[in-house]
Design a protein around this ligand. Structure first.
Ligand SMILES: Cc1cc2nc3c(=O)[nH]c(=O)nc-3n(C[C@H](O)[C@H](O)[C@H](O)COP(=O)(O)OP(=O)(O)OC[C@H]3O[C@@H](n4cnc5c(N)ncnc54)[C@H](O)[C@@H]3O)c2cc1C
Ligand code: FES
Length: 283
């Protein structure tokens, strides 16, 4: 069989939704397998990169690849139902065909993070791109390249917690890894921490020494997290986040995603705080 894209980064590969897992009331994780075995082998992504997923006749959406490149044979996407296309995706069932193009974007700086301890701070569906990197770093073949791992995750309520299996079982069981989970308000069945993510971060007071902080979540959370991280001593170069700008082409051609001289689809979506501060002030 021939790889349909023939090396053209704009052409999609046809794929089948192999399984669908409900994370929360409005988030589902889709496991997707390319129909062409060549595409299964040749699609190589870095944690933090995105793909454009389309449903035939409906449109397409930019979605982070939430599975790690260390896991072979399929890709996972965790998709929140917010509008037209994502609502259509939430209605489809396992076995349906979609088209996937990519991977696009710069991804996380894997080499620069080597030898460092890592602090992940995620909120809501913002854990999706971080999950790919967490699984990559915790994979046996990469574990010795990175130091201790701390994961701080917050959701509005118990029902809004994504990736429960990872947070409460898989990652918690990993060596030199600590997982902190919080929800915004008290609930009768919740015995864990209660409070917003930035406040919990300041309570935990992670030491910033030889550590990189990687954060993704709703804009309001990110704003306070960036301030807290700097108060805790993280320098602008050691704070990494991802930007969400609407994309169309994904390869720097259409000009849909540019911020000043930068294209989120090429220069991002991963940026250090230092790089963000160099962008035009409205961002
Ligand atoms: C780099 C990047 C990575 C992304 N990763 C993911 C991911 O892993 N999972 C995921 O679910 N989404 C992700 N998104 C967001 C996703 O691309 C959009 O939410 C999606 O395109 C919406 O498509 P739609 O056709 O359903 O919504 P539209 O019909 O385009 O929008 C419908 C309504 O929803 C609002 N809306 C659109 N996007 C958002 C949003 N992100 N948050 C809140 N309201 C919104 C619009 O303003 C509009 O009012 C990512 C976006 C970028 C740029
Ligand atoms: S999405 Fe077209 S230039 Fe970035």
């Amino acid at each position: 069989m021939t790889d349909l894209t023939g090396g053209n980064p704009l052409l999609p590969n046809i794929a089948t939704i192999a399984s669908i897992r409900r994370e929360t009331g409005d988030v589902k994780t889709f496991q997707v397998v390319f129909d062409d075995p060549l595409a299964v082998q040749s699609f190589a992504h870095k944690p933090g990169q995105v793909a454009l997923i389309s449903v035939f006749g409906e449109g397409e959406a930019t979605i982070s690849i939430t599975s790690s490149p260390t896991v072979k044979g399929f890709l996972e996407f965790s998709i929140k139902k917010v509008g037209r296309l994502t609502s259509v995706l939430h209605e489809i069932e396992a076995g349906a065909k979609v088209a996937v193009r990519g991977p696009y974007g710069n991804g996380f700086p894997l080499d620069e993070m080597k030898g460092k301890n890592l602090l992940f701070v995620g909120g809501g569906i913002g854990l999706a791109p971080l999950r790919s990197l967490i699984d990559y770093v915790l994979a046996e073949e990469n574990r010795s390249d990175y130091g201790n791992v701390e994961i701080l995750y917050g959701a509005r309520s118990m029902a809004d917690i994504c990736f429960k299996e990872d947070l409460f079982n898989k990652w918690t069981a990993c060596k030199d890894t600590r997982v902190y989970t919080t929800i915004d308000r008290e609930e009768p069945e919740w015995s864990g921490h209660v409070g917003f993510v930035p406040a919990y971060l300041e309570e935990i007071k992670p030491v910033s020494n030889n550590k990189v902080a990687i954060t993704c979540g709703p804009p309001v959370m990110i704003k306070f997290i960036l301030m807290s991280l700097q108060r805790l001593g993280f320098t602008e170069e050691r704070i990494i986040t991802t930007l969400e700008m609407k994309m169309k082409c994904g390869i720097g051609k259409c000009g849909r995603c540019n911020i000043g001289s930068k294209y989120v689809c090429l220069d991002g979506p991963v940026f250090t705080l230092k790089q963000l501060k160099e962008l035009p002030p409205e961002f």
